[in-house]
Design a protein around this ligand. Structure first.
Ligand SMILES: *[C@@H]1O[C@H](CO)[C@@H](O)[C@H](O)[C@H]1NC(C)=O
Ligand SMILES: *[C@@H]1O[C@H](CO)[C@@H](O)[C@H](O)[C@H]1NC(C)=O
Ligand SMILES: *[C@@H]1O[C@H](CO)[C@@H](O)[C@H](O)[C@H]1NC(C)=O
Ligand SMILES: *[C@@H]1O[C@H](CO)[C@@H](O)[C@H](O)[C@H]1NC(C)=O
Ligand SMILES: *[C@@H]1O[C@H](CO)[C@@H](O)[C@H](O)[C@H]1NC(C)=O
Ligand SMILES: *[C@@H]1O[C@H](CO)[C@@H](O)[C@H](O)[C@H]1NC(C)=O
Length: 467
């Protein structure tokens, strides 16, 4: 079984047929319709390198052959709570490309083990049945579940997906203990740095902590991208710092509308998160979903390459290479921060999406009701390649940790590859987008809550509290 968790291959320099690829002139009719849609709905971001190809050229027949896409949804809370899709189709050739990519990966995929100071690898294991194993809060005990992840409220009927527990092969993972967690982080500030899946993790942590103390909502920007909660009893601050790429990445605007083409600055981290780090003790950094787009890469004033641009005189890179450069830049930036003594940075590895039988915009869905086994995981999947580069970049920076800083990983990729049942799917409460499924974010409560069990276990190690 294969999920199409992502993958748009980037090998089109092998394809000879450049004319078929993206061409800005074709955008125009699309932009007018999407402009209307975008003002009615809010913002739902998806990734495909050939956003407009099939609408304008390929026709709908190509759709059936498509592999999937990832979706990143960025919710906005305007006067209504809806989200929107800025449409993003895909090219038929990608399937071939993906096959090539997978062959390539079959030869190369040897994911490195994270270096963890312990004998047991917490991240390698299985989901084992346990009644209410994933249930540490409910939609009535936690008041802060966002509607789009409140799957039961939005009509999810099955609840067997809650009856599982993550069991590392060689040990037990201690269950999340909110009191002990809050004691551990007393007087500290913790930030989740990343995209909407990063925020999903923070929201889950907030619910896990809710039985002990209701936090104060102390900051929220107009688009709900930056958010801060405060737990007075523990003087603990929890925040999300939103960033698409970790580095600077500006969307090109065409007549005031996003074009879904990005200019990335490989030598500049995104200050929207980076300027906060001197006040942060614990950072949980993640990303990856946004890199599946047309991107132009810059260093200083030089255009040094692109992804999916297919321009004759610009070097084409692949998605994971660019993601690697972005993570490297972010981790180096943190490591060389002079005012961040003792800061602990944990990289939460790539969270797979699970669209089956289609992409997000071609009827792909994720309606399974139980986990899949370890054997069913596609070891050559793109998700694991993304994880590999993330682990390698963490390893790199760990070798030169400066000024008492520490770097570690919360490696959820393999565990979550087995949880196609953990997404909202059709139950994400968006009345404007019936028929589209969210197979990227995670239901709350649900298996995402285990990310905090792992986070707690890793923090204990990194802070020396576990000895
Ligand atoms: C909570 O979940 C139950 C199902 O478990 C559902 O019937 C109910 O509507 C939900 N309530 C809220 C407030 O989300
Ligand atoms: C931008 O708007 C102007 C004026 O409405 C129009 O002439 C032009 O074609 C538009 N350009 C694009 C790329 O949509
Ligand atoms: C930009 O390109 C010029 C000429 O190739 C080179 O000298 C310069 O170092 C480059 N700048 C950066 C920031 O890469
Ligand atoms: C690529 O070629 C185009 C057209 O010949 C030119 O305008 C552009 O400056 C070139 N870009 C680079 C990076 O050389
Ligand atoms: C992506 O590019 C890097 C660097 O050029 C290369 O090492 C890697 O094998 C490429 N990955 C794929 C899937 O082509
Ligand atoms: C999942 O959805 C597909 C397509 O709508 C349907 O054919 C299938 O029966 C569903 N499976 C479950 C378990 O609901």
């Amino acid at each position: 079984m294969k999920y199409s968790s992502v993958p748009n291959s980037e090998k089109f320099h092998n394809n000879g047929n450049r004319d078929r690829f993206f061409n800005i002139g074709r955008l125009v009719p699309f932009l007018f319709t999407s402009l209307a849609a975008a003002t009615i709905f809010s913002f739902f971001v998806l990734y495909s390198p050939y956003p407009f190809e099939f609408l304008t050229k390929q026709g709908l027949d190509s759709v059936q052959n498509q592999q999937d896409h990832h979706v990143v949804q960025e919710q906005h809370h305007h006067h209504h709570d809806q989200n929107n899709v800025l449409s993003k189709p895909q090219d038929q050739q990608q399937q071939q490309q993906q096959q090539q990519q997978q062959q390539h990966l079959d030869q190369n995929n040897i994911p490195p083990k994270p270096r963890i100071k312990e004998s047991c690898d917490l991240f390698k294991g299985q989901w084992v049945p346990e009644l209410r194993g994933s249930l540490l809060y409910t939609n009535s005990s936690c008041a802060t579940i966002p509607n789009s992840k409140n799957c039961f409220r939005n009509g999810r009927i099955d609840n067997d997906f809650l009856n599982w527990r993550w069991k590392p092969d060689k040990c037990e993972l201690p269950r999340f203990d909110p009191k002990a967690f809050l004691e551990m982080v007393r007087g500290k500030k913790m930030a989740f740095v990343g995209d909407s899946v990063s925020r999903n993790h923070m929201e889950s942590l907030l619910c896990l902590l809710s039985p002990v103390e209701t936090p104060k909502d102390i900051f929220k920007d107009s688009e709900d991208r930056f958010r801060k909660w405060y737990f007075p009893g523990y003087d603990f601050t929890l925040m999300t710092l939103w960033t698409r790429f970790l580095i600077v990445g500006e969307e090109r605007m065409v007549n005031g509308t996003g074009s879904s083409i990005f200019d990335l600055q490989l030598d500049k981290v995104d200050e929207n998160w980076a300027r906060h780090i001197p006040e942060i003790h614990y950072a949980i950094i993640s990303g990856g979903h946004w890199f599946f787009r047309v991107m132009y890469l810059h260093e200083g004033n030089n255009l040094t390459g692109c992804v999916y641009c297919s321009k004759p005189n610009v070097t084409d890179y692949n998605v994971t290479f660019i993601a690697r450069m972005a993570f490297r830049a972010a981790l180096n930036y943190i490591n060389s921060c002079k005012n961040c003594n003792g800061m602990v940075t944990l990289l939460r590895t790539f969270a797979p999406a699970h669209f089956e039988n289609g992409a997000w915009n071609t009827g792909g869905y994720c309606n399974r009701t139980s986990p899949t086994g370890e054997k069913e995981i596609d070891l050559s999947s793109f998700d694991l390649e993304m994880r590999t580069i993330q682990l390698e970049e963490i390893e790199r920076v760990r070798k030169e940790e400066k000024q008492g800083k520490k770097f570690g990983v919360v490696d959820i990729t393999r565990a979550m590859l087995m949880r196609p049942d953990g997404h909202p799917g059709a139950n994400w409460g968006n009345k404007w987008m019936k028929g589209y499924n969210d197979c990227v974010h995670w239901c709350m409560p649900g298996p995402i809550d285990y990310w905090s069990d792992l986070l707690m276990a890793v923090l204990r190690k990194e802070t020396g509290l576990d000895s």
